[in-house]
Ligand binder design. Structure first.
Ligand SMILES: Cc1cc2nc3c(=O)[nH]c(=O)nc-3n(C[C@H](O)[C@H](O)[C@H](O)COP(=O)(O)OP(=O)(O)OC[C@H]3O[C@@H](n4cnc5c(N)ncnc54)[C@H](O)[C@@H]3O)c2cc1C
Length: 477
């Protein structure tokens, strides 16, 4: 029997892969998507890291833990007295698992709707391309070889372990274990004060852990605009996150039910800290395991990412790669944009991913979101700019919400007034940043935003006011 033949085979059903598959199917191609992720019952769990152990479950737990914190600390101010408040962690985790399952099932539904054939198993290149395309061998629940005229690799990334401290997901946790802790640890250590470390640290602090975050770099959130990062450090510290910068980890040793971390602090002094559990969030490595890259001569770069050009083309004809497994920010929406662009390029269209307007979000409380250049970047490149900020303290909706921390900050070109960057720390920053992304895509000026009518009372008025602040014309501050 001859192999099933597809125009496009996508390897990996994370946000990069499943979106590429759907877009390719919309464009009229016969498409298969192969993914190996299994749920607890052994069934398919498409959605990748994002859906299973990343974006979605972390946001579910962030939401639940924030409700818990509000019930314990903020309801009183609203005139709501709560007695007998208690945490049902089992239910919280169960809800998170349900949200994940809804997303897994949603993707399977979308595959059916768009006539994408889904295979549950690990895909590997079976050899070089022949007349029928590339043979792709699938091993797992489904076991067969299919042929692909075009291949899109979207195999994602894995958590990076500290040398000598492998993840056991019981005491030393990656994101996977950090999202499935079954009892609130009294004393939680987090190595790495990046997005994942801060989000996970926030969840467990809100649920009652004493959280210590150890960061190797001397600056807090170095990629974030300095003014915003300083504000975040102040607020997170006030909330109770103990953040130590400039730490050098010397050893991580597992005991029977704890983990000892020996490190030198910023002053070089030796510190020994014992934690009930340790989350290690020091970055992620591209996942090309078992893909058979060497069998077909697929080129990787020096850091192990699949080498691609600006169009996500690999060194092999008709083989593309998108998402976390290639260069660029490890973000779900970046993976999705690349997936769409590649499907469109295969169809002869001109798909494009604009790296300059990819928004970043940290879903802490307050949230942090930004797009474009930071003030320190503009200074370093010598671009003349004006800055304008507006605090949520002066925003009526934020006051009504009882969430007035943070600000919106605009950076615009000093002579053309083009918006160069927008940085937000505050309530719903993740939603507010979209306006700035749209504005920057349309090359808007700060004046454009300042002249647009924003609903009152809304948090978005802070965005308009920050744009007005560029010319020192705020109306409410
Ligand atoms: C805790 C955490 C929180 C995060 N939060 C956010 C967030 O809020 N917003 C955001 O934008 N990003 C977030 N991210 C990052 C985001 O999850 C990734 O950028 C995104 O998942 C990358 O998508 P991808 O499609 O490239 O890869 P992945 O989502 O990793 O998917 C890859 C898929 O390929 C499958 N696979 C791999 N090899 C094979 C093979 N050989 N055969 C078959 N299948 C294979 C894997 O099983 C997996 O399902 C978070 C990450 C973590 C860890």
């Amino acid at each position: 029997m001859s192999n099933k033949q597809f125009d496009v085979v996508v390897i990996g059903a994370g946000p990069g892969g499943y979106i590429a598959a759907i877009r390719a199917a919309q464009l009229g191609f016969s498409v298969a998507c192969v993914d190996e992720w299994s749920n607890a019952k052994g069934g398919p769990a498409p959605g990748g890291t994002c859906t299973n152990v990343g974006c979605i479950p972390s946001k579910a737990l962030l939401q639940s833990s924030e409700h818990y914190e509000h019930a314990g600390h903020s309801f009183k101010e609203h005139g709501i007295d709560v007695s007998g408040l208690s945490l049902n962690l089992g239910q919280m985790v169960k809800r998170k698992d349900t949200v994940v399952k809804q997303n897994n099932d949603g993707i399977l539904f979308l595959f059916k709707k768009n006539k994408v054939t889904f295979f549950h198993g690990r895909a590997a290149f079976g050899g070089a391309a022949g007349a029928e395309g590339y043979p792709i061998a699938i091993a797992g629940k489904d076991n067969e070889t299919i042929n692909a005229k075009q291949v899109i690799i979207a195999t994602g990334s894995n958590a990076r372990a500290l040398p000598g401290a492998e993840f056991d997901e019981k005491l030393i946790l990656s994101n996977t274990g950090a999202l499935a802790i079954d009892a609130v640890p009294a004393n939680l250590g987090v190595i790495g004060a990046g997005v994942i470390g801060l989000e996970m640290g926030s969840v467990w602090r809100r649920l009652g852990s004493k959280v210590t975050v150890l960061e190797g770099l001397p600056t807090f959130l170095g990629a974030v605009d300095e003014q915003i990062a300083k504000e975040a450090h102040k607020l997170f510290t006030k909330q109770g996150l103990a953040i130590s910068l400039g730490c050098k980890i010397n050893s991580v040793t597992k005991g029977a039910d704890n983990v000892t971390v020996e490190y030198a602090d910023a002053k070089g002094e030796a510190v020994t800290a014992v934690f009930d559990k340790l989350i290690v969030s020091i970055g992620r490595t591209p996942n090309t395991n078992g893909l058979g890259a060497d069998k077909v001569g697929l080129a990787l770069d020096e850091r192990g990412f699949i080498a691609v050009d600006g169009d996500c083309k690999t060194n092999l004809p008709n083989v593309w790669a998108v998402g976390d497994v290639v260069r660029g920010p490890m973000l779900a929406h970046k993976a999705e944009e690349e997936g769409v662009a590649v499907a469109e390029r295969i169809a002869g269209q001109h798909g494009h991913t604009n790296f300059d307007t990819i928004p970043w979000v940290i879903y802490t409380s307050p949230e942090i979101a930004w797009v474009g250049k930071t003030e320190q970047q503009l200074k370093a490149e010598g671009t003349p700019y004006k800055a304008g900020t507006f605090p949520f303290l002066a925003n009526g909706r934020a006051r009504a919400l009882g969430d007035t921390s943070g600000m919106v900050k605009f950076l615009a070109h000093a002579t053309t007034d083009e918006i160069l960057g927008v940085h937000i720390i505050g309530p719903m920053a993740s939603e507010l940043i979209s306006e700035a992304v749209v504005a920057m895509e349309f090359k808007a000026s700060a004046e454009d935003i300042a002249r647009i009518c924003h609903a009152h009372p809304s948090l978005s008025e802070a965005t308009k006011e920050a744009a007005l602040a560029i010319d020192k014309r705020t109306l409410n501050f």
